[in-house]
Design a protein around this ligand. Structure first.
Ligand SMILES: [Zn+2]
Length: 96
């Protein structure tokens, strides 16, 4: 499958997943909180709230400019060194 086609499938699967989640939450009387598409969960520091931008952004390859690895989040504002996924989860939990 081409990259474009798989990206499309991924997007439509997410739409489906979201529908199921919405339905299930209604059923169980739970409130579903959806993070905004633009919410920088991987770029935001869960400790101080600083958001990376431009050349400071963390990518799937890490960060070229700062020579950091893809699985670590190094905050250039407060100096926190965090695990990338754990930092993202903490940022999403901060929305609740
Ligand atoms: Zn920070």
């Amino acid at each position: 499958m081409s990259h474009v086609a798989s990206k499309g499938l991924q997007r439509s699967m997410f739409g489906y997943f979201r529908q199921i989640l919405t339905y299930k939450c209604d059923w169980y009387g739970k409130k579903l909180i959806l993070a905004d598409r633009q919410y920088p969960s991987t770029q935001r520091c869960s400790k101080c709230g600083h958001s990376k931008s431009g050349d400071d952004k963390i990518t799937l390859q890490g960060n070229e400019t700062h020579r950091t690895k893809h699985n670590e989040y190094v905050c250039y504002s407060c100096g926190a060194v965090l695990e990338r996924d754990e930092n993202a989860v903490a940022n999403l939990l901060a929305l609740i």
